[in-house]
Design a protein around this ligand. Structure first.
Ligand code: BTN
Length: 148
């Protein structure tokens, strides 16, 4: 006879395991922001260095949007539960560069939120136009779940 209860116990542990394996505020994984942009942060190394890919949902350039590389640092010194971080996106479809800095916050249920501020630098042709070259804003990122 099939042992139904142990079977479902093992099944639920197996299905829940990926969630348990996510190290909070490690940043590794898939994120989405309030503009609908998505980014993937690949493994964060022992020094806090990381790389990833950014898919912006919006652009200030007529070219077709392309996935773009990012590199950054996660601050690993104590306290590490809600670390600060920074990263740069080198836009693959324009001459622009964006830098983001922020902090990962954990709410009482353990949900992670990345509160960021960014600077976006356009390419300008002359120093006279330099004043118009930079935009600033904020983005809030949450983990992108498969079913979302
Ligand atoms: C460009 O238009 O040249 C590159 C795309 C810039 C996208 C910006 S970066 C800050 C803001 N947050 C996003 O997710 N996208 C925009």
């Amino acid at each position: 006879m099939v042992q139904v209860t142990p079977f479902f116990l093992v099944l639920s542990l197996a299905l829940g395991a990926p969630q348990l394996l996510v190290e909070k505020c490690n940043l590794t994984g898939n994120w989405t922001n309030d503009l609908g942009s998505n980014m993937t942060i690949l493994a964060v190394d022992e020094k806090g260095n990381f790389a990833g890919l950014y898919n912006t949902s919006v652009a200030d350039h007529p070219n077709k949007i392309q996935q773009s590389p990012l590199v950054g640092f996660l601050h690993l010194t104590n306290p590490i539960d809600q670390p600060t971080f920074g990263f740069t996106v080198n836009w693959a479809f324009s001459e622009s560069t964006s830098v983001f800095t922020g902090q990962c916050f954990l709410d009482k249920d353990g949900k992670e939120t990345l509160k960021t501020i960014w600077l976006f630098r356009h390419h300008m042709n002359t120093t006279e136009d330099n004043w118009a070259g930079t935009l600033v804003g904020t983005n809030v990122f949450t983990r992108l779940r498969k079913q979302e």
